[in-house]
Design a protein around this ligand. Structure first.
Ligand code: ADP
Ligand code: MG
Ligand code: MG
Length: 476
């Protein structure tokens, strides 16, 4: 591809080796770091977070399209979260068969019954896309999914631009190095958290990061914490267990954990069934949901980010319900939808099963799970559908058109992995933030981007899942 790094550079193995070593140093120098897998809860040993040697060409028009639609996606997610009938209808079949979604939904219903105690809502989301290559060589922006819960890499992606600039300089590609975009999602995410904290209105109250058991990716979060400390906002990292043992609500439903009042709970854990180690963990989630603390996300926004909701949104007329007088907004969002198909019991779902069995390589089969490594591809789609097609079990999944981005040659730098040229596919994420107080949207922003790149031989993605690596777009 003309816009990429020429083959003669990529094939110069002595130069690639030299650049790769320097690139890893640059990553360490600029703080693109992770703890090592062997000791995920200690900073005694750290390594670079995996990244590409070179940035990846991305058409400017498509990149700008993704940024431009982000505030509308923020609005959409927020509107869905405030529409209990819609959520009920959209998730009705899923919660019959998917225990995890059902448990989340039960919390959602309990909160609705009791009435929400906090009218301030904080949304930090990331809408992910791939560029589907069309026959004429152009590409179109297609949403893979939207993450409303614990969308990560806003911190580290603030630091990768300097790394790629340095590599390109060293490769003698000054012009390209100057075209690497600045990016600072961490600052934007923190701005929204700070706004929610301020509206909560207690100087003493903290921002609680509800973190995982395994904290390998801690630095990604530390960048956001750091931005909050700059504003003299106290951040504390707590686990579910801390909330189980010390959490309580006072008579005004203020949340206290380890004796400190919590203004904002920023969930970086709790999106997978495995995160809920016991019934007490579920109790802790419910306690936080019932509290006066601002939740990011709250339970209904969590549900708004499910893949089933994404599929229902693609049905004719559904987006119009959320934007009744804004046909341009509807068009803008719709333009990014890939084909999404229901597996509900009934003729539409039957048709989906038939379609998928006839040509499984055209699709991806998705359960209601997050974090990478859960989707089903190729012949395995047939195996799964043959097993579940006659039963309601199939409604735990949705089917989606597979997107085919144009492959680009690059090197993926990862600890202990050999330096090998690969055909790579990229996924562009856009970070969106919003804060609402009652009826008032007090903030709605697009705060940066994330490019992740993987070997084209890997079907699934995810940096934390060990498949994709961090990258930067080089616009053309
Ligand atoms: P998760 O919530 O686990 O991240 P995703 O829907 O993002 O689930 O899927 C995980 C990965 O699978 C993506 O990062 C992407 O690499 C791949 N993938 C998902 N949907 C598609 C699709 N429609 N076409 C091509 N690849 C896809
Ligand atoms: Mg994803
Ligand atoms: Mg996801």
């Amino acid at each position: 591809m003309a816009q990429g790094i020429p083959d003669e550079v990529l094939m110069n193995s002595a130069l690639m080796k030299e650049l790769a070593e320097a690139a890893k140093d640059a990553a360490a120098l600029h703080g693109v770091l992770m703890r090592i897998q062997e000791t995920p809860n200690s900073t005694e040993l750290v390594t670079y977070a995996p990244f590409t040697l070179f940035p990846t060409p991305v058409p400017k028009a498509v990149f700008l399209q993704a940024l431009a639609v982000q505030t509308h996606y923020n609005t959409l997610v927020d509107k869905i979260s405030q529409d209990p009938e819609f959520l009920q209808e959209a998730l009705a079949s899923t919660i019959e068969v998917d225990d995890f979604t059902a448990r989340l939904f039960k919390i959602h219903q309990q909160i609705l019954k009791e009435g929400r105690s906090q009218s301030i809502v904080l949304g930090l989301n990331r809408s992910d896309y791939m560029l589907d290559q069309k026959d004429d060589g152009s590409s179109s922006l297609k949403q893979i999914e939207i993450n409303t819960f614990a969308a990560s890499f806003g911190g580290l992606s603030s630091r990768t631009p300097d790394v790629h600039r340095r590599i390109l300089q060293m490769a003698g590609r000054l012009e390209e190095s100057q075209r690497i975009l600045d990016n600072n999602p961490a600052a934007g995410l923190a701005r929204a958290v700070a706004k929610a904290w301020e509206l909560y209105g207690s100087e003493r109250a903290i921002v609680m990061f509800l973190v995982e058991e395994n904290q390998r990716n801690i630095f990604d979060q530390r960048y956001i914490e750091s931005e909050l400390w700059k504003r003299n906002i106290t951040t504390k990292r707590k686990r579910f267990d801390d909330v189980c043992k010390t959490g309580y609500l006072d008579q005004d439903k203020r949340l206290f954990v380890d004796g400190q009042e919590v203004a904002v709970v920023y969930f970086r854990n709790g999106y997978m069934p495995q995160n809920y180690l016991s019934e007490q963990t579920w109790d802790a989630r419910l306690l936080m949901e019932r509290s006066l603390a601002v939740k990011c996300p709250d339970i209904s926004t969590h549900l708004a980010g499910t893949k089933k909701v994404q599929q229902v949104l693609a049905r004719p007329g559904v987006l119009e319900r959320f934007f009744p007088n804004q046909p341009q907004v509807v068009e803008q969002i719709k333009a990014t939808f890939a084909g999404l198909y229901t597996l509900d019991m009934g003729p539409d779902g039957d048709k989906t099963v038939e379609m998928a069995l006839a040509d499984p390589d055209r699709y991806v089969l998705k359960p209601q799970r997050e974090g990478g490594g859960n989707n089903i591809y190729g012949s395995e789609i047939c195996q799964v559908l043959q097993r579940v097609k006659g039963t309601a079990e199939r409604t735990a999944y949705i089917l989606m058109d597979k997107i085919h981005p144009a492959p680009v040659k690059n090197y993926l730098l990862r600890r202990d992995a050999p330096l090998q040229i690969r055909n790579c596919l990229s996924e562009l994420g856009v970070f969106g933030t919003y804060v609402r107080q009652g009826e008032d949207m007090v903030m709605n922003e697009c705060v940066g981007h994330l490019l992740r790149t993987k070997n084209s031989e890997d079907s699934d993605g995810g940096v934390a899942a060990g498949v994709a690596v961090l990258d930067n777009p080089l616009l053309y």
